[in-house]
Design a protein around this ligand. Structure first.
Ligand code: ARG
Length: 269
């Protein structure tokens, strides 16, 4: 499955689960060259987001990102959580680009819903319910059809700014172009490993700009026709970060939209 592919050739499989599910500290010890020739200005190839620019961005205490789906629900990646059930161990930090800001909002989780199809392949999404609602922050709409599964996407997160690098205090952002399934599955890229219906690729052929460890679970989004942000992807996996011919691979939100909506309803909104 996706997690196992992510670090093949760069780290022992034993490290992989820890890296994907938890923290960047388990990132490959032998950092491979990044796609832009080793220069990573500060997500890889990004810049600092402005306070309030992406009010729906969530940092999760296991070292993942997420998006505010409703006042009580955070959409993230399945590989960031353990199992469906009561769970009060996760802290969500919201409302700030600076994770150390004294005005940050924090909430404990009280329940996790992991996509039932996750253990087989892909289906890398989950919902985390917060113990009390967050008011005053805009939520992020999800794409409910494939209309917006193309174009230029924004990626954002507090993950590594380079492969093997540290987590970030300040939220980073960047934009990446859509990569179609046939290109992403070509032999120079992922050679058939991407699930065309359920995953969406984005990045530059030359590399240099990408999500990275610790960005997992966070949203990939763009503007819709009404100029509102709409979430098209969930950070899932890639071969290293920002490498040439290795775009980021994201859970394709439009494919899972109805399942996400049903799960959200069952969790009380
Ligand atoms: N799975 C990683 C995480 O747990 C994110 C990997 C994204 N990789 C990429 N090259 N886009 O944070």
């Amino acid at each position: 499955m996706a997690r196992w592919r992510t670090l093949l050739g760069t780290a022992a499989a034993a490290l992989t689960v820890a890296t994907m599910g938890t923290l960047v500290s388990a990132a490959p010890a032998t950092a491979a060259p990044v796609g832009n020739g080793g220069v990573s200005p500060s997500v890889v190839g990004g810049t600092t987001a402005a306070q309030g620019e992406f009010p729906f961005m969530v940092r999760l205490s296991m070292g993942c990102g997420g998006s505010l789906y409703s006042p009580t629900l955070v959409l993230t990646a399945a590989h960031c959580v353990s199992r469906t059930g009561a769970n009060s161990s996760i802290t969500a930090t919201l409302g700030t680009v600076d994770l150390q800001s004294s005005s940050r909002i924090t909430r404990r989780s009280n329940y996790v819903y992991r996509a039932p199809g996750y253990s087989s392949s892909g289906h890398d999404w989950a919902l985390i319910r917060l113990a009390s609602p967050v008011t005053g922050l805009a939520t992020l709409n999800i794409a409910t059809n494939t209309t917006y599964d193309t174009g230029t996407f924004t990626i954002s997160g507090w993950g590594s700014s380079r492969e093997g690098g540290a987590q970030q205090r300040y939220l980073l952002k960047a934009t990446v172009p859509f990569v179609n399934d046939s290109t992403c599955n070509s032999s120079t890229m992922y050679n058939g490993q991407v699930s065309a219906a359920t995953e969406i690729c984005a990045g530059y052929t030359a590399g240099g700009v990408d999500t990275c460890q610790g960005d997992s679970g966070g949203p990939m989004f763009r503007r819709d026709d009404a100029n509102a942000w709409v979430q098209v992807g969930i950070v899932s996996w890639g071969d290293g970060c920002a490498r040439r011919n290795k775009p980021g691979v994201y859970a394709q939100v439009s494919y899972f939209a109805s399942a996400i909506q049903s799960a959200a309803s069952s969790l009380g909104g």
